[in-house]
Design a protein around this ligand. Structure first.
Ligand code: URA
Length: 261
């Protein structure tokens, strides 16, 4: 890699802002090859030297991708004055500058949120053109009715006249009133509004998969996992609702516990 100013490298590969980086340099918290460096204007080749900040090595130059199992009450944002944000669930070593949640879950929803600092990847995931499927395990206030799957597959019209893309859904053979629904778009409160239009009510919503990537059943509520390169490819693929429902049914009690319910 070409040489780059030390202060820029630190701002790119740590969670610190430019002004925080200045202070860290001044405080002597930065070392290059084990020697304290206070000059942020120095040009270095990050592939040729080892830089640490407050004793920790910098994140690698590659983009960071991770998933968190969002607990209730957290919001999908990078900062908020009143609520905790999902980025705070990411361990500091992965919390690079520019990391943001690619897609949203409501504050009272739980489950899989994908975070990355790779804007192109997030765009591919979120762009309506790519129709990346998202799977939701939903708890219902009233029993599932046979007509729901057909109505959802035909493209629901919501109370405000919005016409949705066709969605797949099926009830789950488990104790209680649970179903799995797969959407290929992400409108505001979409699952809740679709079920309301069917005359039901969503009492809990846990996202269990995005594309071909399924939330590990044993990832605790609030837990975070780095997604490695091969799995990023999986993210943009599709998984069939039958395969996802089999996984959910097999691991149902783990999913409920790790949804914090
Ligand atoms: N649909 C909803 O209604 N809420 C979510 O959090 C996600 C999808």
């Amino acid at each position: 890699m070409a040489s780059i100013r030390l202060d820029k490298l630190l701002a790119d590969r740590t969670p610190h802002s430019r002004s925080e980086v200045k202070q860290l340099l001044r405080r002597g918290a930065v070392q290059v090859d084990g020697i304290c460096e206070k000059d942020g204007t120095r040009h270095i080749d990050p592939d040729a030297v080892t830089v640490t900040c407050e004793g920790r090595p910098l994140a690698s130059g590659a983009h960071v991708c991770c998933i968190v199992n969002k607990p209730q009450g957290y919001i999908c944002a990078t900062e908020d004055k009143r609520h905790p944000v999902v980025t705070s669930l990411v361990p500091e070593a992965l919390r690079v500058r520019g990391l943001f949640p690619a897609g949203r879950l409501d504050s009272d929803s739980t489950g899989m949120v994908f975070l990355t600092d790779d804007g192109d990847l997030a765009h591919r995931m979120l762009s309506p053109r790519h129709h990346v499927p998202k799977f939701y395990l939903i708890g219902l206030a009233r029993p599932w009715e046979d007509s729901y799957a057909e109505q959802l597959a035909a493209g629901m019209t919501l109370a405000d006249g919005t016409v949705c893309l066709p969605a797949e859904a099926m009830p789950l053979p488990v104790e209680g009133q649970y179903a799995l629904i797969c959407l290929r778009e992400g409108r505001y409160h979409q699952v809740k509004r679709m079920l309301a239009a069917l005359g039901n009510h969503v009492s809990s919503l846990h996202r269990v998969g995005i594309g071909g990537l399924i939330l590990p059943p044993d990832l605790p509520s609030g837990g975070c996992l780095e997604v490695l390169h091969n799995d990023v490819e999986t993210l943009l693929k599709c998984q069939s609702i039958g395969v996802v429902s089999g996984l959910i049914v097999t691991n149902f009690s783990s999913y409920l516990i790790n949804a914090g319910r």
